[in-house]
Write a protein that binds this ligand. Structure first.
Ligand code: GDP
Length: 325
């Protein structure tokens, strides 16, 4: 692949080139990695920024339906929308989410949209890196909004929060008066809780669920980086389109506020620092399991097991040897 040509094509918004570039950053091959780094470095100079929206929800809450309706609303208003999925493949039956592509059929045919399913067979760490880089590629390709979708399986929300500007939690109407088992940590990450399926028979339950979550959100610590009425909960219906425009308004309000207050830039800066440290950590771990470090590790491990060295002394020795290269 010629990096300069690919970079030019991505910058011109060419979706085929974008897809190829994402395939490149997903590759595990060392020579591909070098090309991917060169491409990302070239594209970073574009200075383009999309609104990155993380979207999480358990299977069945209506993520695909929501993304299709919400995405079409945005493309209908002239915006370009990219959709990426962030999931360890084990979280999905069948590995990849090709199924989503057919479910978001109209959106995937929209010339202003780009949908990328998550690759099969990836570890969460690998997914995180790939997703972050894919987001950067979509930004360089001039997309206005990048939706980063994840199944609510706990860990992946944290990853999504680390690569998005806003985090939206999609919930279904709760049965009875019980709150769904949403972990506090995930609630704390949410900027906007959307209770989907606020239509037909489910509408009263959806409105009750919104009220319950609005109450629960008020109990959380106020965030200095947000206007006083955020985070908030509201009803939507992906099926009828109810409140989709209002939800978009809320997202823009929050994004504008954060830009004006400087929180947007500082969040992105903190994320960049986080990913830098994460890459160093990954690199060090990779070096640890490759020879000659692995041999040394095994040797020192045996000494520790036999009681010839304390774990601390052996660890210090290992680090000293690695530092020496
Ligand atoms: P996902 O697993 O989160 O991607 O959920 P889907 O988008 O596949 O939706 C799961 C089911 O919920 C499907 O049968 C949808 O038709 C239904 N659904 C999605 N959104 C709505 C909605 O707003 N209202 C109603 N009544 N059903 C919905």
């Amino acid at each position: 692949m010629d990096i300069a040509t690919t970079a030019t094509a991505v910058l011109s918004g060419d979706r085929r080139a974008l897809a190829q570039a994402i395939t490149l950053v997903e590759s595990g091959r060392a020579d591909h990695r070098a090309q991917a780094l060169a491409l990302l470095a070239t594209l970073q100079t574009s200075g383009r920024q999309a609104l990155r929206i993380g979207l999480s929800g358990t299977p069945g809450v209506g993520k695909s339906t929501f993304i299709e309706a919400f995405g079409l609303m945005l493309t209908g208003s002239g915006l370009r929308v990219a959709v990426l999925a962030v999931d360890p493949s084990s979280a999905r039956s069948g590995g990849s989410i090709l199924g989503d592509k057919t479910r978001m059929e109209r959106l995937s045919r929209d010339p202003r949209a780009f949908i990328r399913p998550s690759p099969a067979q990836t570890q969460l760490g690998g997914v995180a890196r790939r997703s972050r880089e894919a987001v950067a590629l979509c930004e360089a390709a001039g997309f206005d909004v990048v939706l980063i979708e994840t199944v609510g399986v706990g860990q992946s929300e944290t990853v999504v929060a680390e690569i998005s500007d806003l985090f939206v939690l999609l919930l279904a109407p709760a049965g009875g008066d019980e709150l769904q088992g949403v972990k506090r940590g995930i609630m704390e990450m949410a900027d906007l809780i959307l209770v989907n399926k606020a239509d037909g028979e489910l509408k009263p339950a959806a409105l009750r669920t919104v009220a319950d979550y609005a109450g629960a959100l008020q109990l959380l610590r106020r965030r200095p980086q947000d206007p006083a009425d955020f985070p908030k909960a509201m009803p939507v219906s992906a099926l009828t389109g109810l409140c989709l425009a209002e939800a978009w308004d809320q997202m823009q309000t929050l994004a504008t506020w954060r830009r004006q207050q400087g929180h947007w830039a500082s969040r992105r800066a903190a994320q960049a620092r986080h990913w830098f440290e994460e890459e160093v950590r990954r690199g060090l771990l990779a070096a640890l399991i490759a020879d000659p470090a692995r041999t040394t590790l095994a040797r020192l491990g045996s000494s520790v097991a036999k009681g010839d060295l304390t774990p601390e002394a052996a660890a210090a020795e290992m680090l000293r040897l690695m530092g020496r290269g």
